[in-house]
Write a protein that binds this ligand. Structure first.
Ligand SMILES: [Zn+2]
Length: 323
């Protein structure tokens, strides 16, 4: 009995748009993966050939980027799966979960960066400093920085267009990597041209803090979604939209939650006491359609409350308030 029943009427259009968005995001992520692999491979090879620890460190940082991109691709692949008996709403939350893991990865990379900055600053007081990059190692760091910055912009652009949280996370990751490579470049210029050796560890320390901050931003946005948080501003916008539907006398309660990038709305509305069941159902469906026109609403779960009998015959003059 339960197996054959369809408990939720999920919007097919929103599902189709979401699948398309996931497919596009996944293609961009595969491109990210390719660039990360090429840059990290080149940096590790040239770094090893030139005995340059700074370039090897930058290459290792980009290797962690590969791990987070793979996590996002796996998350998106899972989130595309259709609903089953265990996940009636679909598997959209896997994207938020993957974004959370990518944010956690960035946070840990930032901690390592700060730790290295501190140990290298302490080493500086003892008179030990790492040799600056030379020759092709310096060029490689520059190429890495420019590629990361280009991909950061590209990911950010597509993320804005498609509202993809995985690409937004990836863009933040690229920005950190671009700045890490820029920091390496600054250290090269500072140390080789001006003989200032403290730039390198201080840059590592500052960049570490920046990566931690960026990681925390990703962690907090995905944690908000995973913990059923919903913006109060968006909630009041939804209430205003529901009130524009003809037949709705009042909105008692609205809450929303995210399933991946999609939204599920729960609401309680007041309708006229003498409205028929069929009319009430039509009103609920128009609410759903109006919300779906501007928001990726998978479905609405609306409870209808009849207004007191005296009030319902004069909807304009309603002063009825809930308990
Ligand atoms: Zn499932």
């Amino acid at each position: 009995m339960l197996k054959n029943s369809k408990p939720i009427s999920i919007s097919k259009l929103i599902t189709k748009i979401s699948h398309q968005r996931i497919e596009n995001s996944r293609n961009v992520l595969f491109l990210n993966l390719l660039v990360y692999a090429l840059i990290a491979g080149a940096e590790l090879t040239i770094g090893a050939a030139d005995h340059s620890t700074a370039l090897i460190a930058d290459g290792q940082n980009n290797l962690t980027g590969i791990v987070s991109v793979i996590a996002l691709i796996v998350g998106l692949t899972f989130s595309k799966r259709p609903s089953d008996d265990f996940h009636l709403e679909g598997h959209w939350q896997f994207e938020s979960l993957a974004v959370f893991l990518a944010g956690l990865g960035m946070f840990l990379v930032g901690l390592v960066c700060v730790w290295e900055g501190i140990t290298r600053t302490l080493a500086l007081f003892d008179g030990n400093y790492t040799a600056p990059l030379k020759g092709q190692a310096a060029y490689m760091a520059a190429i890495s920085g420019i590629s990361m910055l280009t991909l950061c912009w590209f990911n950010h652009f597509i993320a804005q267009k498609t509202q993809s949280s995985s690409l937004a996370a990836s863009a933040r990751d690229f920005l950190s990597d671009a700045l890490t490579s820029t920091g390496t470049m600054l250290a090269i210029i500072g140390a080789s041209w001006f003989g200032i050796h403290w730039i390198d560890p201080v840059a590592a320390l500052l960049l570490g803090c920046f990566i931690i901050w960026n990681g925390c931003q990703i962690l907090s946005t995905s944690a908000e979604k995973l913990s059923n948080g919903f913006s109060p501003q968006l909630r009041s916008e939804i209430i205003e939209k529901i009130l524009t539907v003809s037949g709705v006398l009042d909105v008692m309660f609205v809450d929303g939650r995210y399933s991946g990038n999609n939204i599920i709305i729960e609401a309680e509305i007041t309708l006229a006491n003498d409205d028929s069941l069929a009319k009430s159902y039509r009103i609920c469906k128009s609410i759903e359609q109006i919300l779906q026109a501007s928001l990726p609403v998978l479905y609405c779960c609306i409870q209808v409350k009849p207004a007191p009998k005296s009030a319902s015959s004069h909807p304009q003059a309603i002063v009825w308030k809930p308990l």
